[in-house]
Write a protein that binds this ligand. Structure first.
Ligand SMILES: *Cc1c(COP(=O)(O)O)cnc(C)c1O
Length: 359
């Protein structure tokens, strides 16, 4: 039975991506070799890399002067690469959750870190506002979507210093004004492809401002100079990501995704509000379109395990909340069809009926 995959990551991919990748693992574009078996310098794979970079630029309307890289190491490696390449004296960060904290920890190895605001006082259930970005910071780092806590900022803020964003879990979920950012990075495995590739969109002219020596592989300049082919890139994850990029284009691009994502998230949050058993954990104005976090209402707390089993028995996979929040988290990335969100809603309603006799 095909499951409803609400996993936070690695997570649901378009069926198109899964099928096309499987086909090309067996026979890459009809050349009689697997896509896993060919040189990354072959003309066939070079074409894959170039099309993936080109579609990034097209779908996100990336201005001239930026490069698109596919690196290894995950978003977690970027937590160190960003300060390694950009932090001369001081960097500014927002503390919006687990991933932001990990980014802050790495930056502190390289210089002074000013945490401008934090939502930790309320277990990261809101997105901080009303802070001032210091003009003497080398850059300002934010996490646009907090995958674990389900908060998201969906506007592109103005920053007087280079803006760096971890968009691991909301890239391609909405149009982005890339010109406002110096670096946008993320692991592929939330909204783009399988684990193993890390995308980096980087403004070429922000580099060369730190004095330290940077190891070759950790230096963005290395990868920019070689078109993301300095060493062997993650070939198969890049191929699968290209399939998703084609699917995105075919399905109307990021503007169409945003419309769908708003609709999907709205019907689910509406049900959480309506349903007597559940409540959302995040402030309405900061709720993520990608990761919908909810818990049992206090008087129904002891039904948590029951609901998880009830949903699991009906084909729902991956909705157990992260251990630091508890409850449930439905990750409804681009590839999640509205019909699957409706299936979850129906299951929530049936469960309510059984437990309370009505809904
Ligand atoms: C998953 C996630 C990460 C970590 O990604 P890795 O590729 O596993 O290192 C970092 N930031 C955010 C926002 C994430 O959702």
């Amino acid at each position: 039975m095909k499951k409803y995959n609400f996993s936070a990551g690695p997570s649901i991919l378009p069926q198109y991506t899964v099928e096309k990748t499987a086909e090309n693992v067996l026979d890459f574009g009809g050349i009689g070799l697997s896509v896993m078996e060919v040189s990354h310098r072959s003309k066939e794979f070079v074409a894959v890399m170039e099309e993936a970079q080109q579609l990034f630029k097209e779908l996100l309307d990336i201005p001239d002067g930026y490069s698109v890289l596919f690196l290894g190491g995950g978003a977690s490696m970027q937590f160190a690469m960003v300060p390694y390449n950009l932090l001369n004296k001081k960097a500014a960060y927002l503390n919006t959750g687990t991933w932001a904290k990990k980014a802050i920890k790495e930056a502190k190895l390289f210089g002074e870190v000013e945490v401008l605001a934090s939502s930790e006082d309320k277990n990261f259930t809101y997105y901080p506002k009303g802070y001032t970005i210091p003009e003497d910071a080398d850059y300002f780092h934010i996490t646009t979507n907090n995958t674990i806590y389900g908060t998201e900022i969906r506007e592109d803020i103005d920053s007087p210093v280079p803006l760096v964003a971890d968009m691991s879990s909301d890239i391609f979920s909405r149009p982005v004004d890339v010109s406002k950012y110096a670096i946008i990075y993320g692991g592929a495995q939330k909204n783009l492809g399988p684990a193993g590739a890390t995308f980096v969109i980087i403004k070429n002219d922000i580099l060369g401002k730190v004095d330290r020596a940077i190891p070759t592989m950790l230096n963005y300049q290395t990868h920019i100079d070689k078109g993301s082919m300095f060493n062997t890139p993650p070939v198969l994850p890049v191929f699968a990501s290209l399939m998703t990029l084609r699917w995105l284009k075919e399905n109307g691009g990021v503007a169409a995704m945003e419309k769908r994502n708003i609709r999907k998230a709205n019907i689910l949050y509406d049900e959480i509000e309506r349903n007597k058993l559940f409540k959302a954990t995040v402030n309405p104005e900061d709720r993520s379109l990608m990761n919908v976090c909810f818990v049992m209402n206090d008087e129904y707390k002891d039904l948590e395990g029951d609901f998880l089993k009830y949903a699991t028995d009906r084909g729902v996979s991956g909705i157990k909340g992260h251990r630091s929040v508890g409850g449930f988290r439905a990750s409804i990335y681009n590839a999640m069809p509205e019909s699957s969100v409706q299936a979850l809603i129906y299951i929530m309603q049936q469960f309510e009926n059984e437990k309370t006799g009505n809904h």
